[in-house]
Design a protein around this ligand. Structure first.
Ligand code: TRH
Length: 404
């Protein structure tokens, strides 16, 4: 007897999932978990309960969320405040615990052993997945899907690695996201609406529009000076945060008016927008500077050239990750273009010499745009992370049934 989901795709069983998210810093942890939770509900017929230990950060990307509520319903997801004083299993009803088929430990957060033991008791067949950080490094394929035996807990635990190749778990990509970006890029009317939704006036005709979401950028002044002298108008939208703060100190107009205009440059602070609106922004821009694991993937789906200031790690481990990513992305690119992209990323990462490379970037813009789309095309040919995750669980259950 085969699994219902496989033999009859019309009758989809609901997969009850619990996700644990700890906000270490910034918005990547909650950004990824919230996106995954919504997609599992909207596209994979899952019932999702999301435990989050920092609702204030969550509310920055999802303003409808009430940080004071310990349990609330949002976009079909049950959001629960994960607080150290309350055992998570007591925040679920006994039926919710028994139904749970999949427990996701996101981005190296630690789920309390007492929750895992309670789940093992309530549903011994539940799976426990460690949803890992994103990396393009080769070793991830060797670890993806491997069991991770845990002492003292009877649940089966596996590693699940997101990634850019078909031998890992894929990337978060909603069904509509690429089509939405393409539609926006082709319609002036949709663009007007999107600017309005972002609370901004549409840029002057012919402007080069750029978004800047980065950790820090001390070497930015010489690049801004170049933009100010450009023949083309430049609109640079800087995301709210530490970088915006430091720019406010350098350009007092930014502090008073939220805007600094000099020659062809308009530098403007963009208040933090809800997560779905950030996709609109990326699709509206000609170039996106992005930073952590989630924004870089969103930049892919926007289909516009991007520069990734990867999350910094101890002993410069992030530079290996960045090089592995660029090698993969630029594998089929002409050598000179691949070298330019690497140089641009390293200059932006190291916060120096970026202005020197800018004219070459502009000269090669069309070629970089087309290689960005080629790379996007390769990724679109692969399954997305949410589908892969559900298939992983289904396959596991079929295998356990067949071999038990
Ligand atoms: O905020 P980040 O720097 O998060 C980082 C990384 O994920 C890093 O790998 C991780 O280890 C660390 O957090 C803990 O960058 P990231 O991943 O791009 O997440 C930003 C999120 O914020 C993303 O979901 C998009 C969202 N966002 C908005 O919703 N509105 C906005 O206006 C902006 C600028 C971003």
């Amino acid at each position: 007897m085969t699994d219902v989901a496989v033999s009859n795709p019309c009758i989809e069983p609901v997969l009850p999932v619990v996700i644990f998210c700890s906000v270490v810093d910034n918005f990547g942890d909650i950004g990824i978990c919230w996106r995954l939770a919504r997609q599992l509900v909207a596209e994979q017929h899952c019932q999702v309960r999301l435990f989050v230990d920092d609702l204030e950060s969550f509310a920055r990307i999802c303003p409808e969320l009430d940080p004071k509520q310990s349990r609330q319903q949002m976009n079909g997801v049950t959001v629960l405040y994960w607080q150290s004083a309350v055992a998570p299993q007591h925040q679920l009803t006994p039926a919710e615990l028994t139904q749970t088929a999949l427990c996701i430990e996101a981005l190296a957060c630690t789920i309390p052993a007492e929750f895992l033991n309670a789940l093992a008791l309530a549903n011994p067949n539940a799976l426990w997945l460690n949803l890992e950080y994103l990396t393009a490094e080769d070793w991830a394929a060797g670890c993806h899907g491997l069991p991770s035996p845990q002492q003292g807990v009877r649940l089966k635990k596996y590693f699940f690695f997101p990634g850019f190749t078909a031998d890992v778990g894929g990337l978060l990509r909603e069904q509509h996201v690429v089509a939405q970006a393409q539609a926006l890029q082709q319609s002036t009317q949709l663009q007007q609406q999107a600017w309005q939704q972002l609370g901004l006036n549409p840029p002057a005709p012919g402007s080069r529009v750029m978004s800047l979401f980065a950790y820090s950028q001390t070497g930015i002044a010489s690049w801004l000076a170049l933009l100010a002298q450009d023949v083309r108008p430049n609109l640079l939208l800087v995301a709210e945060g530490a970088l915006a703060e430091s720019l406010r100190r350098q350009y007092p107009d930014l502090a008073t008016n939220g805007k600094f205009v000099q020659g062809s440059l308009t530098l403007q602070i963009l208040p933090f927008v809800p997560q779905p609106d950030y996709d609109l922004l990326l699709a509206l821009c000609d170039l996106n500077f992005v930073r952590g694991e989630d924004s870089v993937i969103r930049a892919h789906w926007a289909g516009k050239p991007f520069i990734w200031q990867i999350y910094r790690q101890a002993e410069a481990a992030h530079l290996d990750k960045l090089q592995a990513f660029l090698q993969l992305m630029l594998a089929d690119a002409p050598e000179a273009l691949a070298e330019l992209m690497l140089a641009l990323h390293l200059a932006f990462e190291q916060e120096q010499n970026f202005a020197e490379l800018w004219p070459e970037f502009i000269q090669n813009y069309d070629a970089i745009q087309s290689l960005t789309l080629d790379w996007q095309g390769k990724l679109l040919a692969q399954q997305d992370l949410a589908s892969n995750l559900v298939r992983f669980v289904q396959n596991h259950h079929i295998m356990s049934r067949n071999f038990s």
